[in-house]
Design a protein around this ligand. Structure first.
Ligand code: MTE
Ligand code: MO
Length: 297
């Protein structure tokens, strides 16, 4: 892949290998990192966005369709107690607390690019556990081929749900091998702080090589299934939003190019830059060997 000046950093520069290959343990899962103890961000292109950028420019249609609606409206979401139903083709189905689900797993910092299908992007320093570790804990049966996720429904505090801006609950899914890739996270924090409600508190999926809508927020259900599960944006418009939705600068959205993106940063300082195949995470390419990514978009 040709790298231009904006893209000369490899994934290893974004997230130092120690963060994810050696699975450096920062603190036991469930804890909160002290801000001062955070690994310093890499300089340059992968400088994380500020907490303010990350928590004030959001997509979370349960709280409205505007970018500032989630930060204005998500404050009353009840995130504790929280229960996650694990069902389908698993050895250990049941209702899990967050601690049951991730307690004792390695909580890591992952500084990832985040690329929305709308052609804006950020860099976010997530704290979370590998989804693969959680799937191992619940015990995936051999017949399972996909993982389906569902977001909480609290209509009393979700104006977008009351106004039915799109169908809810929001649902998403991954192929099992995608979900088991070490880059796929269940995140509980950003910058060492618990997720803000608008960021998907208390626990969300993060799949950095896919468009942002695959990274479903505030999950209350994880189902292991045999067939490709329905997903919200694909249900709404399958021509515009595929099940895979891997970031791909060569496959345009029917209504706009995906070749470049607007990096959000400090208000007026948003800038245009090239979009990278798989959002720069080339290590996932082998998941799609033999697939035509124009067909399986
Ligand atoms: N439940 C739920 N999850 C969601 C969404 C949503 O509307 N509802 N929006 C998605 C989209 S389109 C994007 S780009 C990201 C935005 O995440 P952020 O607000 O943390 O940047 O969340 C994704 N997850
Ligand atoms: Mo998005």
């Amino acid at each position: 892949m040709a790298h231009r000046w904006t893209n000369t950093l490899t994934h290893a520069d974004v997230t130092p290998k120690a963060h994810w290959l050696n699975r450096r343990q920062i603190i036991a899962a469930g804890g909160v990192l002290p801000f001062a103890g955070m690994a310093k961000a890499e300089t340059g292109d992968l400088e994380p966005n500020s907490w303010d950028d990350i928590t004030s420019y959001n997509n979370y249609y349960e709280f409205g369709t505007g970018k500032s609606d989630p930060s204005k409206n998500a404050g009353d979401l009840v995130t504790s107690p929280w229960s996650i139903k694990v069902d389908g083709l698993v050895d250990n189905p049941g209702d899990y607390t967050i601690d049951d689900l991730i307690g004792g797993l390695t909580l890591e910092e992952r500084i990832y690019r985040f690329r929305c299908v709308e052609a804006w992007s950020m860099v976010v320093p997530w704290n979370g556990v590998e989804l693969a570790d959680v799937l191992a804990r619940v015990g995936v049966k051999p017949e399972a081929r996909y993982v389906a996720f569902e977001t909480v429904l609290q209509p009393e505090v979700m104006p977008g749900v009351r106004h039915r801006v799109i169908p809810f609950p929001y649902v998403e899914g991954l192929r099992l091998d995608e979900a088991n890739h070490p880059l796929a996270l269940l995140a509980t924090g950003i910058y060492g702080r618990p997720l803000a409600n608008q960021s998907g508190a208390p626990i969300r999926v993060v799949v950095p090589w896919k468009y942002g809508f695959k990274s479903i927020k505030a999950i209350v259900r994880i189902s292991l299934v045999a067939e490709m599960p329905p997903t919200t944006w694909n249900n709404l418009n399958s021509r515009e939003y595929g099940f895979y939705s891997n970031v791909n600068p060569q496959v345009s959205h029917p209504r706009w190019s995906q070749a470049t993106e607007r990096r959000i940063g400090g208000g007026l300082f948003a800038r245009q830059q090239d979009t990278l195949m798989f959002n720069g995470y080339d290590e996932v390419a082998s998941l799609y060997d033999g697939m035509d990514l124009r067909v399986n978009y």
